[in-house]
Design a protein around this ligand. Structure first.
Ligand code: SF4
Length: 580
């Protein structure tokens, strides 16, 4: 990964590209790299869909190696949804493949003046950027099939659907998985709209003829990787819970805790929960598909394998196993308890290229406004179809919960910095409320997953219903997450790393053996802090103040049943999260 590919989509006479050495960005990967480039090179006050914004796509420090779990890709830009800096990351094959091709990052710059749609191909022989208007308004599934027909079945794709082309603020970027399906998405913050604004429909990667990245010290690297895998297999969450039921194992757990946001965050428990739980989902998938339901990786080298495949009643492929967040967003949050309908919504989101969290939260806001009834699965499906078709209502919904709330005059809109909250009510899990409020990303559970300690007892125990200890918890998790997101590791490793010091050490040993470094745990903390500082600095220059680090006021006033709690962490304490 010794070069950065920069493609100027607005160059005179058509797109031009060049590869440059990493320069100031040497030694960075993943989120550290995307946030450094965006923070340094993007004017914070620019229009997110304008020529001055940049879309940065970067594998992690260990991507393209034999290190288990190292295939997450980071995508960074100024977000059309939040107006601040964005790092959204995804699984799929892209990260390993791009790293093996030798690229530390792809940077899409400028904006084409010709209104054409482009495809970019990258392989061992180089780069090609070519216009291809036959791709216009294709869904991600048809697009990937077309690319397979053109380039063969050894490729990996990074693409946008109709939502990205229409530059909707909920638009995602799809990364193809091991079966070459566009099921893994950098979902949050409207990154797909930025790719659409650059006029790039798809990036086709082919690493045929390229080798695995070699470590500086192969023996030590192999040894550390062995301990790493053993540590992940030993932990009950990464070794048992996630492989058996996928992320949807959380539905029963969070519902039982009374923190499962139901019908647009009105209640903390959903009475249809057992019909959409991970246990029911796994049973349904196993009965219909027979194999490959759970224990399936989203990229080569995943050993946790939290993913799976969802088949319809006749045994035909429908979508990948919907994640907990998706099942919640399109399920409990909309009062829907029908797994087949949720799977259909997941499929539509993946095809149109939409963030499932933002879409589910938006439909729930629309339901509160009376556009459809809570629990009406057919109505939810037709609303998402309207988004894909770009009808006037679809364009409103496709721009997210905040826009939809404004258009329909809804007060209860669960957002921070314009981005919809995920599947944990901040009143029932106060630590995640601190993360939602203060994260540089807007409401984002992955930015500092306090649910681990508040509910799951991982990394200690902090009472989820009390304000005590939540600021420190969220701070430490946000720092650790920023560092993990820079390695290319899937965030689910955090369960084992937080509980097992020797597994954390194995991760550091792998980085050291690969790069010939002598990093310590303190260096990892320093990396996390520097990433967050870069992001905070960008947001401050974009006009964000402490006012943006707050939850909507109804979370402070309206009690959440069954525990009848409000969010009680004080504003002055929220302002201490980044005071280290
Ligand atoms: S644990 Fe799940 S999300 Fe993480 S890399 Fe594996 S399949 Fe993908």
């Amino acid at each position: 990964m010794d070069k950065i590919l920069r493609i100027d989509m607005g160059a005179e006479g058509g797109p031009k590209f060049k590869t440059t050495p990493p320069g100031d960005y040497a030694g960075m990967g993943g989120r550290a790299l995307t946030s450094a480039i965006v923070s340094k090179e993007v004017p914070p006050l620019c229009h997110p869909l304008g020529a001055d914004n940049k879309l940065v796509i970067a594998p992690g420090l260990l991507s393209g190696t034999t290190a288990a779990m190292s295939g997450r890709m980071s995508v960074g830009c100024k977000s059309p949804l939040t107006g601040g800096i964005k790092e959204s990351n995804a699984g799929g094959q892209g990260s390993q493949v791009l790293a093996r091709l030798g690229y530390a990052a792809i940077v899409l710059e400028g904006k084409p003046a010709d209104g054409k749609l482009y495809k970019v191909t990258i392989n061992k022989d180089g780069v090609q950027v070519s216009p291809d208007d036959s791709l216009k308004m294709l869904g991600n599934y048809d697009l990937v099939d077309k690319m397979k027909a053109e380039f063969g079945d050894k490729i990996t794709t990074i693409s946008i659907g109709q939502a990205g082309e229409m530059k909707m603020a909920s638009a995602s970027i799809a990364f193809s998985d091991m079966e070459m399906r566009p099921t893994r998405h950098a979902g949050r913050g409207g990154v797909g709209a930025v790719m659409g604004s650059k006029g790039v429909k798809v990036i086709v990667l082919d690493d045929t003829g390229m080798k695995m990245r070699p470590p500086k010290d192969p023996e030590k690297f192999k040894e550390a990787n062995k301990k790493w895998v053993a540590g992940l297999k030993k932990h009950p969450v990464t070794g048992e819970g996630l492989p058996a039921y996928g992320t949807n194992v959380l539905t029963n757990v969070i519902n039982e805790a009374g923190a499962y946001p139901t019908k647009n965050f009105m209640w903390g428990r959903f009475d249809g929960c057992s019909k959409i739980s991970g246990e029911t989902q796994a049973e349904t998938e196993n009965a219909r598909g027979g194999k490959g339901s759970a224990t399936h990786g989203c990229h080569r080298g995943c050993v946790i394998r939290c993913s799976g495949t969802y088949y319809d009643k006749d045994g035909h492929y429908m979508t990948k196993q919907p994640e907990y967040e998706t099942v919640w967003a399109h399920g409990g949050n909309c009062g829907i308890d029908d797994l087949d309908a949720i799977a259909m919504l997941d499929r539509l989101d993946d095809d149109f290229g939409l963030d499932t969290i933002e879409m589910g939260a938006t439909i729930a806001v629309a339901m509160e406004a009376g556009v459809a009834k809570f629990g009406d699965a057919e109505a939810a499906i037709s609303l998402v179809k309207e988004v894909g078709q770009g009808t006037p209502l679809g364009r409103i919904l496709g721009n997210g919960a905040e826009v939809t709330g404004k258009v329909f005059g809804v007060e209860r809109v669960p957002i921070v910095k314009g981005q919809a909250m995920p599947a944990y009510d901040p009143r029932g899990v106060q630590g995640i409320g601190v993360t939602y409020a203060t994260s540089t990303m807007g409401a984002d559970h992955t930015a500092g997953y306090a649910v681990a300690t508040n509910i799951l007892g991982v990394g200690g125990n902090v009472d989820p219903l009390s304000s005590e200890g939540q600021v420190e918890l969220s701070r430490n998790l946000q720092i650790a997450t920023a560092a993990v997101d820079s390695t290319g590791m899937c965030l689910f490793i955090a369960f084992a790393v937080l509980d097992q010091p020797e597994t954390f050490q194995a991760l550091i040993d792998m980085i050291n053996a690969f790069y010939g470094l002598e990093l310590t745990g303190d260096d990892v903390t320093a990396l996390g802090k520097s990433v967050l500082s870069n992001e905070r600095d960008f947001n401050a220059r974009a006009g964000f103040t402490a006012k943006q680090d707050r939850l909507p006021e109804y979370f402070l006033k309206e009690k959440l049943p069954p525990h009848d709690v409000t969010f009680t962490v004080k504003d002055e304490d929220l302002d201490q999260v980044f005071n280290w």
